[in-house]
Design a protein around this ligand. Structure first.
Ligand SMILES: NC(=O)c1ccc[n+]([C@@H]2O[C@H](COP(=O)([O-])OP(=O)(O)OC[C@H]3O[C@@H](n4cnc5c(N)ncnc54)[C@H](OP(=O)(O)O)[C@@H]3O)[C@@H](O)[C@H]2O)c1
Length: 243
């Protein structure tokens, strides 16, 4: 697929990795659509940055992805403004360490609702539209934790494993019209409260000897957008951490 001119929604794109993906795709000529949940001011600022780069202000959508209605509302807005979607980059998620024996019902449900149910209903809406139109790509940003299951992050890791499984199933269901892949980053942008000792500890686990950068993920997104013979894959962008 030609990146230039294609209509692409990036969920969770007000800041951090999602914003970098949006800026990179805008730079490559895609018509990007931003989405935020709580960071609406940051999303407006990201839209201004993209406008300055491309002379075109992107649509900014908002909503809680764990609610099915958010997806149908986003779909109608996209249809109204752009006449459809070529690529859905599903980047939004929740992430936190959770000591296994004290995980509450509410915490468990929150990971499943946002990270798994959200992706499922998004796939129903956008996967269905793409199948009908006979073309499209879905690129979900997962996590190597979904393959390796970090013991201090079991609810998060399980929600990511479920999302990876969902995308592999979709790749078969939606073939040959739609390609569906997962990018599984390792550490590319540490949580803001990470201290130096923790940063060093993480660094020592990465064979390529650096924390990744959001741009490493953005480049993997543009690779999957422009390659039409890859589907059902989990592409690890983790500096070899999972080896
Ligand atoms: N950062 C890393 O090193 C790393 C490593 C491995 C995997 N990943 C994956 O890469 C992706 C991006 O990473 P990140 O660190 O940039 O992510 P992040 O900052 O933790 O979250 C991205 C966005 O998700 C949105 N979000 C959270 N709950 C939501 C909900 N209920 N409805 C709608 N949106 C919701 C938030 O939007 P608002 O701010 O607007 O509320 C947030 O800005 C994530 O899927 C993450 O799991 C990241």
């Amino acid at each position: 697929m030609e990146i230039s001119g294609c209509r692409v929604l990036i969920t969770g794109s007000a800041k951090r990795v999602g914003k970098v993906i949006a800026l990179e795709l805008a730079r490559l000529g895609a018509a990007v659509i931003l989405h935020a949940f709580k960071s609406n001011e940051a999303a407006a600022a990201a839209a201004s940055e993209i406008e300055a780069l491309t002379s075109c202000r992107p649509l900014v959508l908002s909503g809680d992805i764990s609610q099915r209605e958010t997806w149908t509302a986003m779909d109608s807005e996209i249809e109204k403004h752009y006449g459809g979607l070529d690529v859905w980059v599903h980047n939004a998620s929740v992430f936190a360490a959770t000591p296994f024996f004290s995980v509450s019902d509410r915490e468990w449900q929150h990971f499943m609702d946002v990270n798994l149910k959200g992706a499922f209903f998004g796939a129903q809406v956008f996967g269905g539209e793409m199948k009908k139109k006979g073309r499209g790509k879905i690129i979900a940003i997962g996590d190597v934790a979904g393959e390796l299951i970090w013991p201090s992050y079991i609810p998060y890791s399980v929600s990511r494993a479920g999302m990876h499984a969902l995308m592999k199933g979709l790749a078969r269901l939606l073939a040959p019209d739609v390609q569906v892949n997962v990018i599984a980053p390792g550490p590319v942008l540490l949580p803001e409260n990470t201290d130096d000792a923790e940063r060093q500890r993480i660094l020592e686990t990465i064979p390529l000897s650096r924390i990744g950068e959001p741009e490493d993920v953005a480049k993997a997104v543009s690779f999957l957008m422009s390659n039409d013979f890859v589907t059902g894959q989990v592409l690890r962008v983790d500096g070899g951490r999972s080896l």
